[in-house]
Design a binder for this molecule. Structure first.
Ligand code: BGC
Length: 787
């Protein structure tokens, strides 16, 4: 549809309709405008997949590796593939606008949404982000790079004012957006919650009207982050196009129309916003009949598995008994697999990026499947989550007899059941609120249990009443954890109330099950309701679990210890407060390594952690939050079927004290967050100070070795010749850095057979001297011919 046609459609709408189009009809969609043939535009999160409009474990979506893992591939083709998968998923789920990718900056490793962002380097962010955008949009679905701009940490995220000098803002924080717009023209963009230099981003005329829409000539739709619109006029004049979600916003209920009628907001301003929305609608086919595409997501499984492996970063691989520790010999007779994360891995971070995957292959499952002949023994070691474990679904049954799971009843104000459904045992989340008329919930299930002591936990904010086999065991108000002032607070850091229950013979029915009833009246019914039930049979005893882990490690040929963070630690809505692995995992690693010299540490975390034991173990593989196929991808890499392809997209500190932007620098003071480090973040700061990190930006080993033979700069390219000097095929990420100032200038991926020499052409911005190498700290050769 051409511009003239779009303009004629704008002209057909009344001021009231035009204004109505600019706020959601509900949480995820815009009102349809049948008079111009426009269907309702549907939005969905988010950067690891496409959740759709409900948060429900029965409504599954493909779960891909998190953004940092994708950036670790340094591979434009991989990023394009991810975008295409998102686009296909969106089409399958009737979504027109995907709220991804997240292209803020790894300013500090403490940032809670670090996992959801690509890198500390603006060029790498932009290159990966542009391909994700292009991939999504190649399927006729809009991408929405977010959050414009400087939403790089979470503390007071709704209100902080990022104070940034212009050069830093342009070179570091605006650059990913600018470059993505230039390369892939995203059809939408999301305005952040925070302010920049005194103006909140939904009202920031300088950064939106002047730079984004003026200087860069961008013609897409600027949608607010959810609930980020605070004003009528300032937001309308500041360049915001859509105030989400609905149905209530500062523009809704006729308020924006009235402001236009009264001349407070010029009608041309309104028309420009509507034109942008109609342009987007035309681009995503919302004027045409809906085409629901089935698309069997099963076919994506091997693709996701290989993407995950491609992002795994081999941090260390020392020689043990005359051969590198990894890969593990597939003929290994006895393998110990140790760690909470081997059985309950983190495959995504906390917050709105969550999707409900069709399945998750755990490391333990992946290794067992890959080693059918071996004796694979498992010990959990130490726990690291704050909340109690959820009850395994196979151990709780519907009282109404429909099978395993928990019966959820939606109750009105009088306690009458409005509807009921059978759900899984994970925490239940309703983003956008409960079904209409619902005032409270009742969760019921018959739990397979033994006589004796049990610990239960309920999490959520509101009033709980719990019965076990007809006995009341808890009646309490549970309130939010201090310090969380966030629309997603209940999901991000739910308070948990634990209570002990002694089950006696008469509590169990003839099949050995106890009837559990949890009544929950949420404190707030507005934006989000979340509730969960946890359980364990006795107090967890780390000491005896650790001893059991050491016993299996000692008697195995190889010990694989899977440690990591989780979605409680890495989450939207809160920054991290420590870079340590949670719980006693450092001790677990050290003790296992001390009893078995053939110990491989697999880290299942998406943001840097300090690894004080790193010199004491022969191999460390960094695996991020690794998607629904995580365990299979891990087995592929550990057993050498696939090379670990990743390179760090962010610097890993050796010590807390070395972090260039430490914790206090992400905590606003009097509402202000000063980016006083300027552009000296990540590797730029380490290089500037001459501090050695634990692992450099760009670092990652493979299963082969490389010799850099020659590099020649020629205008806007650097031609690099290199040789695979190992004895197996390999893939290398060739990195070109400008010398002054020290910056990543370009990169390219190349593959070669054992012993083969290859050449690769790397695009760079011309000028100055270049050095070429394997990481910011492993520069092999200077490019000749540089001016
Ligand atoms: C997040 C956005 C997300 C939106 C909708 C906000 O809290 O910051 O990234 O797209 O919620 O879920």
């Amino acid at each position: 549809m051409d511009e003239a046609k779009l303009r004629s459609l704008v002209a057909k709408l009344t001021v009231a309709d035009k204004a109505r189009l600019l706020t959601g009809a509900d949480f995820w969609s815009l009102p349809p405008m049948s008079q111009i043939g426009l269907r309702s535009l549907v939005f969905s999160d988010g950067p690891n997949g496409v959740r759709g409009t409900v948060w429900d474990e029965r409504d599954t979506s493909l779960l891909l590796p998190v953004a940092s893992a994708l950036a670790a591939t340094w591979d434009r083709a991989a990023a394009r593939t991810v975008g295409e998968l998102f686009g296909d998923e969106a089409r399958r789920r009737g979504v027109h606008v995907v709220l991804a990718p997240t292209v803020n900056v790894h300013r500090s490793p403490f940032g809670g949404r670090h996992f959801e962002n690509f890198s500390e380097d603006p060029l790498l962010i932009a290159e990966v982000g542009a391909e994700v955008v292009a991939g999504i949009q190649s399927r006729g679905v809009a991408a929405t790079p977010k959050h414009y701009v400087a939403n790089d940490s979470e503390t007071e995220r709704l209100s902080y004012d990022a104070v940034i000098d212009e050069q830093t803002l342009r070179e570091v924080y605006l650059k990913p957006f600018e470059r993505i717009i230039a390369k892939s023209s995203p059809w939408a963009l999301m305005a952040a919650y925070n302010s920049v230099n005194g103006h909140t981003m939904t009202e920031n005329s300088l950064l939106v009207n002047d730079i984004l829409k003026g200087e860069w000539g961008w013609d897409g739709v600027l949608v607010s982050d959810w609930l980020a619109t605070r004003s009528l006029r300032a937001a309308a004049l500041g360049g915001l196009d859509l105030a989400m979600p609905g149905p209530k916003s500062p523009w809704s209920g006729g308020k924006l129309a009235e402001a236009v009628e009264q001349g407070e907001v010029p009608e041309e301003v309104l028309d420009d916003k509507v034109l942008r929305v109609l342009r987007l609608a035309a681009r995503v086919g919302a004027f045409e009949d809906p085409v629901v595409e089935g698309g069997p997501p099963e076919q994506a499984r091997p693709v996701i598995r290989s993407l995950a492996a491609q992002g795994f970063v081999l941090l260390r691989n020392e020689v043990v008994d005359s051969a590198p520790m990894l890969p593990i010999d597939p003929k290994v007779a006895k393998l110990a697999v140790i760690g909470d994360s081997a059985m309950v891995p983190a495959v995504q971070g906390g917050g709105s990026s969550h999707v409900s995957p069709p399945h998750v292959i755990t490391p333990l499952e992946g290794l067992r499947a890959a080693l059918p002949e071996a004796d694979v023994v498992y010990q959990r070691g130490v726990r690291h989550r704050r909340l109690l474990d959820v009850v395994p679904r196979a151990e709780i049954f519907d009282p109404a007899g429909e099978g395993d799971g928990i019966r959820v009843e939606y109750l009105d104000g009088a306690g009458q059941v409005l509807s009921s459904e059978l759900r899984g045992t994970e925490r239940l989340v309703w983003l956008g609120g409960l079904p209409s008329g619902t005032k409270s919930l009742r969760l019921r299930g018959n739990l397979v249990a033994e006589v004796g002591e049990h610990v239960f936990g309920v999490n959520g904010t509101g009033h709980f009443r719990v019965e076990v086999s007809g006995r009341e065991v808890l009646a309490a108000d549970v309130t939010s954890v201090d310090g969380i002032d966030d629309p997603l607070g209940d999901m991000v850091e739910p308070p948990e109330q634990r209570f002990d229950v002694v089950l006696v013979e008469s509590d169990l029915d003839g099949t050995g099950r106890a009837a559990l009833t949890v009544e929950f009246t949420p404190q707030s019914l507005d934006m989000l309701v979340a509730v969960g039930i946890g359980h364990r049979t006795q107090e967890w005893d780390d000491a005896s679990q650790l001893a059991a882990a050491l016993a299996v490690a000692r008697e195995s040929d190889v010990a694989v210890v899977v440690v990591g963070t989780n979605d409680e630690v890495e989450s939207e809505g809160r920054d991290r407060t420590s870079l340590d692995l949670p719980g006693a995992q450092n001790e677990l690693v050290r003790r296992v390594a001390a009893v078995n010299p053939r110990t491989v540490v697999v880290v299942n975390a998406a943001s840097p952690v300090v690894m004080p034991w790193v010199g004491e173990v022969p191999a460390v593989l960094w695996t991020w939050f690794g998607s629904q196929e995580y365990g299979d991808a891990l087995a592929d890499v550990l057993l050498g079927l696939v090379e670990p392809g990743g390179r760090l997209p962010t610097t890993f500190p050796a010590e807390l004290a070395d972090v260039p932007v430490p914790l206090p620098a992400v905590q606003p003071v009097d509402g202000e967050l000063h980016y006083s480090e300027g552009s000296l973040i990540g590797y730029r700061a380490y290089a500037d100070r001459g501090v050695r990190p634990a692992f450099h930006f760009g670092h990652g080993l493979g299963y082969t070795t490389w010799d850099y033979v020659e590099a020649v700069a020629d205008g806007d390219v650097v031609r690099v010749k290199l040789c695979n000097t190992g004895d197996r095929p390999g893939r290398e990420v060739v990195q070109v850095y400008a010398v002054e100032p020290f910056r990543l200038a370009g990169f390219a991926v190349v593959a070669a057979e054992a012993g083969a020499e290859v050449s690769v052409v790397v695009d760079v911005e011309p000028g100055g001297e270049f050095v070429v190498g394997r990481s910011a700290g492993d520069l092999r050769i200077s490019a000749t011919g540089t001016s």
